[in-house]
Design a protein around this ligand. Structure first.
Ligand code: MG
Length: 378
């Protein structure tokens, strides 16, 4: 055998050797992820829970002191993934409707829990609506898969954990002395979100400005009914140190929002107008950006797609929430490294959290290193 031939044989043997090693390691991987788990079946369970709010919470059209939620879990072998549906009553879902929806789901028929797209598309197709109930399964499944892979979702998606923004802290509509008190309690936060949309808007802002010069964002919750008035208010708010305006007018007013966005000195963000993935394209042109919430869009799978689509359209992205335990808040926070603004204070507004997870430290959304969505049951 000449020199060249000898090198060729050696190289071929080496390649064959690596192939054998690669084959062995993928078999080990298969054994770890599938064979070991093969006898296991996904098992969904759920129970109602009522969140007690620290303060009565008032927005443009409603007031309340509790929020009904459903806590879900998906068991697979000896692992458990946790999820949650938060259902502020004005959004139309309830513990009864969510329980009835969840009772129709049979996860035991899926052999491979990694078939996230299939499983969640099937669930979405059961019936229209029920986005929070759907999110409760989506979150629990993501948590479970992260635990099987032993990785947090920010790693699986490739998002740098440290790049999370500060979260805003929400100040509801209230009397001036209560507002001043709430602003003082929010000392840790670097940006405040002010609920507007009643006839006290300027008074609310002046009251807050009498005690702090922190940047503000405002959420009108569709409260303004005139585009010219909206434009005048946006200019006034800019002078008061407001950085963006959320859902100023009714959600169906696309043309009026496009008119306002074109003239506005501040970004105009769509919230009620942007529920799911399909709405992102409609919002493009009418709004500068979107507010993604897991409870509107059926969970992390769709939220991730909305984030990517909005970015590709050059839109701003905000990650929002309802009043939720640290379960749903932690899930949402895994997308936070890629957003412009976070409004993930939902767990801080309640007095009876049942999870430890993502925290707010010095105003910043701070994720844990735990796998899945990073929560631990309290
Ligand atoms: Mg909003």
């Amino acid at each position: 055998m000449n020199q060249t031939r000898r090198e060729f044989v050696k190289t071929s043997a080496a390649i064959a050797g690596s192939a054998i090693i690669a084959g062995t390691s993928s078999e080990v991987l298969a054994a770890t992820y599938l064979d070991k788990m093969k006898p296991a079946r996904l098992k969904l369970s759920y129970k109602p829970y009522t969140l007690e709010l620290r303060h009565v919470f008032t927005i443009a059209n409603s007031s309340r002191s509790t929020t009904p939620v459903i806590l879900t879990q998906i068991e697979y072998g000896d692992l458990v993934g946790y999820g949650e549906a938060s259902m502020p009553p004005y959004l139309g879902e309830s513990q009864e409707s969510a329980s009835a929806f969840l009772a129709r789901i049979d996860l035991s028929k899926y052999e491979n829990p990694f078939e996230l797209e299939t499983i969640l598309s099937d669930i979405d197709a059961i019936t229209i609506g029920n986005p929070a109930a759907k999110a409760s399964v989506d979150i629990a499944l993501h948590d479970l898969l992260g635990k099987i892979m032993n990785q947090p979702w920010y790693n699986i998606w490739g998002f740098p954990k440290e790049r999370t923004p500060y979260t805003s802290f929400t100040i509801g509509i209230d009397k001036p002395d209560v507002v001043r008190q709430k602003v003082k309690e929010a000392a840790e936060f670097k940006i405040l979100k002010v609920k507007l949309g009643r006839d006290t808007d300027k008074e609310m802002i002046e009251t807050i400005r009498s005690v702090t010069d922190k940047p503000l964002c405002v959420d009108i919750n569709q409260g303004w009914k005139d585009k010219q008035f909206a434009l005048e208010m946006v200019h006034w708010l800019k002078e008061k140190g407001v950085v963006f305006v959320e859902q100023p007018m009714p959600k169906t007013w696309y043309e009026e929002h496009a008119w306002l966005t074109e003239r506005s000195p501040l970004p105009i963000i769509g919230d009620e107008a942007v529920q799911r993935l399909d709405d992102v394209k409609k919002a493009h042109g009418a709004y500068s950006g979107i507010n993604i919430k897991l409870m509107k869009c059926t969970g992390l799978r769709e939220a991730h797609k909305m984030l990517i689509l909005a970015r590709s359209l050059g839109m701003k992205v905000m990650m929002g929430c309802m009043t939720e335990t640290s379960c749903a808040i932690s899930a949402a926070s895994h997308l936070a490294p890629m957003v412009d603004w976070a409004d993930l204070d939902g767990a801080l507004l309640i007095g009876n959290d049942v999870f430890d997870g993502t925290k707010v430290i010095d105003g910043k959304v701070t994720l844990t290193d735990r796998p899945g969505i990073g929560v631990k049951k309290l």
